[in-house]
Design a protein around this ligand. Structure first.
Ligand code: HBI
Ligand code: FE
Length: 287
């Protein structure tokens, strides 16, 4: 089969897997439910049950509540079914896409309470790690918290901030905030740290590592610090940032990012394993 042409300079080095030939102008497609094989369904149940076992011990309660409400364990969820539940909870909707989409398109969907989900399921050789988000990462990782009004509103604000970041040539800075919070965020609870990031909750090993391992740094969330901190794409994070609550995350991020973009312009980012004297350190990693 011919490799799908990469419709945009994706911030990824690999060729995109999806079929970008037959999609709407906003990159959305109809979820081709009949294309899922029995093996895909089986793999969904395997991945779901494997992660489910870890949630009680490692996941934030708000995430667990959201996942429960989606009844997504027995079969690959239909987008329209999830949209009924999500619509009632926060007004958000899922839209199926072929895979990664351009930043500006992605931001616009978020700003309009639409979360783009890749529709295809990873293969047997990618059960523990895959380069590009698949439906399991997007749905199991991201969708549960979109049923939490405070977090959903944070995601809408993130999308609304997209154009200004692009205007300032700072989409890399905004991508870091997404990465360290939406993909790999930890939250403080009376019972200790819990994971809420999609990147860790959809990954067996990183869910455990992000909470149990003494290796990575864990630092209190600071907006400007995160906007300026580089991240690892193809390995466990060297630093996790910890928020006090979803409310505090929303309040801290509900400001004009322009001064941060201007101060950060052209500066080298902080390397992922570094600790700064100004950091509120929860634990120093072992590097
Ligand atoms: N596209 N489908 C999809 N899913 C993402 O999570 C995604 C994307 N495009 C860009 C992107 N994420 C990040 O660069 C955001 O920070 C914009
Ligand atoms: Fe993601």
């Amino acid at each position: 089969t011919q490799t799908p042409k990469n419709p945009f300079e994706a911030n990824t080095s690999h060729v995109l897997r999806g079929d970008y030939e037959h999609m709407r102008a906003d990159y959305t497609v109809d979820q081709p439910y009949d294309q899922y094989t029995e093996a895909d369904q089986e793999r969904w149940r395997f991945l779901y049950n494997r992660q489910k076992k870890l949630l009680k011990r490692y996941a934030a309660q708000e995430y667990i509540d959201g996942l429960e409400s989606l009844n997504a364990g027995d079969a690959i969820p239909r987008v329209e079914d999830a949209n009924k539940i999500l619509g009632d909870a926060t007004g958000w909707q899922l839209v199926a896409v072929p895979g990664l989409i351009p930043d500006d398109v992605f931001f616009d969907h978020l700003a309009n309470c639409r979360f783009p989900v890749s529709w295809w399921i990873r293969g047997d050789d990618e059960l523990d790690y895959l380069v590009e988000p698949d439906y399991f990462h997007d749905f199991f990782g991201h969708v549960p918290l979109l049923s939490n009004p405070v977090f959903a509103e944070y995601m809408r604000k993130y999308g609304k901030g997209g154009p200004k970041a692009i205007e300032h040539g700072a989409q890399k800075m905004l991508a870091r905030l997404y990465w360290y919070i939406v993909e790999f965020g930890l939250i403080k609870t009376p019972d200790g740290l819990r994971a809420f990031g999609a990147g860790m909750l959809s990954s067996k090993d990183e869910t455990i590592y992000s909470i149990e391992s003494p290796k990575p740094n864990r630092i209190a969330f600071d907006l400007e610090r995160v906007l300026n901190t580089a991240y690892m794409v193809d390995d466990f994070q060297k630093t996790y940032f910890v928020v006090d609550s979803f409310e505090s995350l929303f309040e801290i991020s509900d400001c004009d990012f322009t001064p941060f973009y201007e101060r950060g312009a052209g500066k080298e980012p902080i390397s992922p394993e570094k600790i700064l004297p100004t950091d509120t350190v929860i634990n120093k990693g072992q590097f």
